[in-house]
Design a protein around this ligand. Structure first.
Ligand code: NAD
Length: 509
């Protein structure tokens, strides 16, 4: 039943009642309360998890700190070799884990598989990186002196992840952190704890085979009262990487900032696409529809706003109507291969969908398509005509509701585009080189991700991922994001027989 999910759960080591805490290969007998994980498909209980209490948390922290002392001394390419094997373990478990992601989070199976592929890709990236943790060398102003940068492991890295990418966000952080010589404590979203347990089970054999110290890859499933402030205020955790809403991110950044710790904040988006008069609509429409209804509108990079040139506005609107009508026929069980849109995560999300559409109507907007709860956690993706400055349009509603509006000049479109508090992902569809380059220029998009002729969602791991303004400013995954996971040191070495001072200062004794 349900496309073999029970067999997958078994292979992933998920039982009826599970410990929610491990330091790598050992699962704890936890002392916290017991919570259940439910599938958004039909709200059925999948399994139970015994949460950590504060003593469990302390034990994990101690083990992690001890492990760091050993792990930081393992050569980086040898750490990379462990990550290479983790990548292979993930390849073997791809179908089972992809299915669990789909079952517990609600995204379609293809997207579940895509998420696991992203984990595999980041493992490959991190393996290569393990031989490329480069610093610069500099020419000193002093004779017989040499200067250089070095990057050293940082310590215990806390990873707080959101429900919508229940496995990939951990991998983006943990695999980079691991080759950097850090140890990771993962606190997953309590909406999707089983995905986290499964990941730990998948990597266990690799950790054992390679004698990786207990405490390098830790998982703590816990209530916010245990893993909230205690975690983010903990001076023993020099870096917290938080993925979630802007509200949570602000809290984490404040608490971590107060102790001068480091944060990587990956928060909400309000992503827009500009559709210019020259746009190739045969490309733009699928890009827009995937971006707005894919993952039932629950990606941080989901397309929330469309800014359409007035000359093609009616054409785009009609094509969208047509496409949304096609999507309507393919809403259902996300494990069914013919489904395009699954459920939203829970009843609260259904409420957010209803509220957003009610707000649009209250502000004088027009619902062009949608505005219907189908059953349970299934809603009809919707799009509406709105004005950019309305509060509901300025906020991120984490559901499949798309806002469309008109523009006249590119300057006006870019101004509307940037006039929101968030700054994650953005794109323009145009065949006009001047428009494309302007969008990417200093007077163009103010987002961390800006694309031309592709949509806002579906970033590749090779680039640095993250956004500006209320999206938090953090960067993770590819490019040089790894630098945040390490401590930087500038060295000056004197190999001469004199002691000249910098800036030519004389200090004669
Ligand atoms: P959320 O903010 O409700 O939860 C995020 C995480 O924070 C969860 O693990 C949650 O348990 C934890 N948390 C809650 N209270 C806490 C506290 N007091 N102290 C420490 N941790 C606490 O977000 P969500 O609903 O799971 O995810 C959706 C949000 O995440 C959206 O806003 C989306 O845009 C954002 N997101 C951003 C990115 C990105 O890379 N920018 C990626 C995915 C999701």
């Amino acid at each position: 039943s349900n496309f073999g999910i029970r067999e997958s759960l078994k292979r992933l080591g998920i039982s009826e009642v599970n410990s929610g805490v491990t330091t790598g290969t050992q699962w704890f007998e936890c002392k916290g309360n017991i919570t259940s994980s439910y599938s958004p498909i039909d709200d059925s209980e999948i399994a139970k998890v015994v949460n950590a209490d504060i003593n469990d948390y302390e034990k994990v922290l101690d083990t992690a700190q001890e492990a760091f002392k050993q792990w930081k001394k393992v050569p980086a390419p040898a750490r990379g070799e462990v990550v290479r094997q983790i990548g292979n373990a993930l390849r073997e478990a791809k179908e089972d884990l992809g299915k669990l992601v789909s079952f517990e989070m609600g995204k379609i199976y293809q997207e579940g598989l895509g998420e696991v592929q992203e984990m595999i890709d980041i493992c490959d990236f991190a393996v290569g990186l393990s031989r490329q943790l480069y610093g610069f060398t500099m020419h000193s102003e002093r004779p017989d002196h040499k200067m250089m940068d070095q990057y050293h492991p940082l310590g215990v890295v806390g990873v707080i992840s959101a429900f919508n990418f229940p496995v990939a966000v951990w991998a983006w952080n943990a695999m980079i952190a691991a080759v950097c010589g850090d140890v990771v404590i993962w606190k997953p979203s309590s909406k999707v704890p089983l995905c986290a347990l499964a990941c730990q089970n998948i990597i266990q054999k690799v950790l054992k085979d390679n004698d990786v110290p207990e405490g390098v890859f830790n998982l703590v499933v816990a209530k916010s009262s245990v893993m909230g402030d205690n975690f983010i205020e903990d001076k023993r955790v020099p870096l917290i990487s938080v993925t979630g809403s802007t509200a949570i991110g602000k809290r984490v950044a404040e608490k971590v900032g107060a102790r001068l710790g480091r944060t990587i904040a990956e928060l909400g988006g309000n992503n827009a696409i500009i559709v210019a008069p020259s746009a190739d609509l045969d490309m733009a429409i699928p890009g827009i529809v995937f971006g707005s209804v894919g993952t039932a509108g629950q990606r941080c990079t989901s397309t929330r706003r469309l800014i359409i040139h007035e000359d093609i506005y009616d054409d785009v609107k009609n094509r969208l109507l047509n496409a949304y009508a096609q999507v309507e026929k393919k809403i259902g069980n996300p494990l069914d291969p013919s489904t395009l849109v699954g459920p939203v995560i829970d009843k609260d999300a259904v409420k957010i969908y209803k509220t957003a559409l009610a707000e649009v109507k209250k502000a004088g907007g027009q619902v062009v398509f949608g505005d219907k709860v189908l059953k349970g956690n299934y809603v009809l993706p919707s799009f509406c005509e709105v004005e950019n400055h309305w509060q509901i349009v300025q906020d991120e509603s984490f559901v499949p509701v798309l806002y469309i509006m008109k523009y006249n000049t590119l300057d006006q479109a870019i101004a509307m585009h940037n006039d929101v508090p968030q700054g994650l992902s953005s794109s323009i569809f145009t065949m006009n080189m001047r428009e494309a380059q302007t969008f990417l220029s200093t007077v163009g998009s103010d987002c961390g991700i800006a694309n031309v002729n592709i949509g806002t969602s579906g970033a590749e791991i090779g680039g640095a991922f993250g956004g500006e303004k209320e999206t938090g400013g953090g960067r993770e995954s590819g490019s040089d994001s790894w630098k945040t996971y390490m401590r930087r040191q500038t060295n000056t070495i004197n190999y001469g027989t004199d002691l000249p001072l910098a800036q030519g200062i004389k200090f004669d004794l």
